[in-house]
Design a protein around this ligand. Sequence first.
Ligand code: ATP
Length: 230
Amino acid sequence: MQIVLGVSGVHHSYSGPPALDGVDLEVGAGECVALLGPNGAGKTTLVNLAIGLLRVQRGQVLLAGGNPRDAATRRHLGVVQQSLGFPATLKVGELVAGAAVRGGRPRSTAGPVLAELGLTEFVNRRAAKLSGGQKQRLQLAMALVTDPDLLVLDEPTAGLDVVARKQFWQLLEQRRERGTGVLVTTHLIEESAAVADRVVVLADGSVLAKGSPGELVALLPDRTVVARTS
Ligand code: ATP
């Protein structure tokens, strides 16, 4: 399988004890890997290294074979992060077309992606007027419009109801079949079991366990290991 994200021997420290302490992780083309762990486990640090927001201190991170700090390499990447807001005045169509252009694609690539995500009817609506589920689909459209090799999703379904969650994952299924790899962080072990091919559990900056969702549920009967503590 072609590897779209390769993390090996990564250590990362801010000021105190290491946030990551020798972490290995791979995501293959078309594969969905879920990253679980309690607050402070190191998930965000690992994601920020994978998407080039943090500089690698020790070890190696390869995105589509390149350095995620390079702008050209980052064109292989799509990101959906909880913290990303939309400029309130911009319209859905403008946002997706803008994301296409920033990723080196023509504006015309926006139309098919908007249709794929069921957003065509909202093309002239201001992003701020969308519902939570629609906003999430808009973020996904902005991430997918460049046809990335790797999609990084940071708790993408937080705040969505069960129906919207299911719809979100169904939309991703077709992209995975076309070869897009997915790295998703979640606190929900049930969700990771439903959508991921493999699960990696981080605790205190190290990989506590990894395997198929079935293996993990058997290994981690105590769900508090992935429960939100705040
Ligand atoms: P959460 O689920 O709460 O987002 P996480 O698994 O994403 O947690 P990280 O945010 O990666 O964990 O944090 C890992 C460790 O690094 C924690 O001990 C945290 O306090 C520390 N840390 C994270 N960011 C910084 C920072 N900018 N400066 C100093 N320490 C940090």
